[in-house]
Design a protein. Sequence first.
Length: 358
Amino acid sequence: MANYQPDGGNIVVRSLTDDTTEFQLSGVEMAYANSLRRAMMADVPTVCIDQVSFRQNTSPLPDEFIAHRLGMIPLISTGIKTNMRETRDCSCDEGCAYCMVELHLRVKCTRDEHLPVTTAQLDVVPVTIADPNDDEGGPEMLKMRPRDFGQPVGKVALPESGTNALPIVITKLGKGQEIDIICKAYKGLSKHHGKWSPLSAVGYEYDPHNKLRHTSYWFEVDQKAEWPPMKSAAYEAEPEPDEPFDYNAKPGTFYIEAEGTGSMPVKEVVRLGFEALEDKLGPMITELYKAVAKEEGREIEDEDVGMNGAGMNGDAAPLVQSYGAGMNGSYGYGGGNADPYGNGAGGSYMNGGGMPYR
Ligand SMILES: [Zn+2]
């Protein structure tokens, strides 16, 4: 089963900041690399404004427009996997401190020139212990939250972020105009709406010298002169001019690049992406082991399977591969390497068109 990569995959991190990362993943099938890409994009939760109540809005923008803009603002979500609950898993009726962050935006323009309303004026309502008798560790969860949790990116930035996050403009007010808005932010996944994605971009490239001939370069006179090398070209040896074509070769090294929205450090996104894959595949592999054992007439206990087969120990890769047919959606962002398998599914989750308020 694990014949593809008996010693598991390998990761080389090329760069890592709070905002971006570049790493190369080798020893896995393309479907696995793509599953990781999709898990990082769509299975890592963040907190986002999802419900907006307007008490007053005399700005030039209609309520829906402002609600949409508020939904798209990334909020600091560091540690969200353990320090916040999804509303549907919470015992409260309509949102409490354990499953919701409340933000207020109250601005009135009293001066003659236009007043930009930005995320700098979007204030998080301080949390108080919701239900002290919560038996699922609610109060402890609140203690684990970083100080800036739920604050809009642009008002505050991640500590190690190399960029100075500027406040995001939400609307502008003329003299006498005002807005007074209550926003409720919940934990969610970008599977449901792209605003919850912790990444603004993620993609990978492979086979920088096109040894596998997954693409053909159109050129006028000289292909090399007309096509700039892919970013990863320096990491792989160029083929010899008369090297025979290897029909059996498969892509094995993927150069992944991810850029965060600022809601959490990118390394947390990568880690949670792997965890999401593990959480999905673990139970499936366990059941498969059990089914095979049953067919062979063996009795097998849950602990015999454990996470040994379900972890990232290489056994998972072939199974991901079998699910990979519809999942290959890589896009080459380096040298225009056309996507040989899928049709650029990248970003398809990012286009949530739904309104962010209910
Ligand atoms: Zn709650």
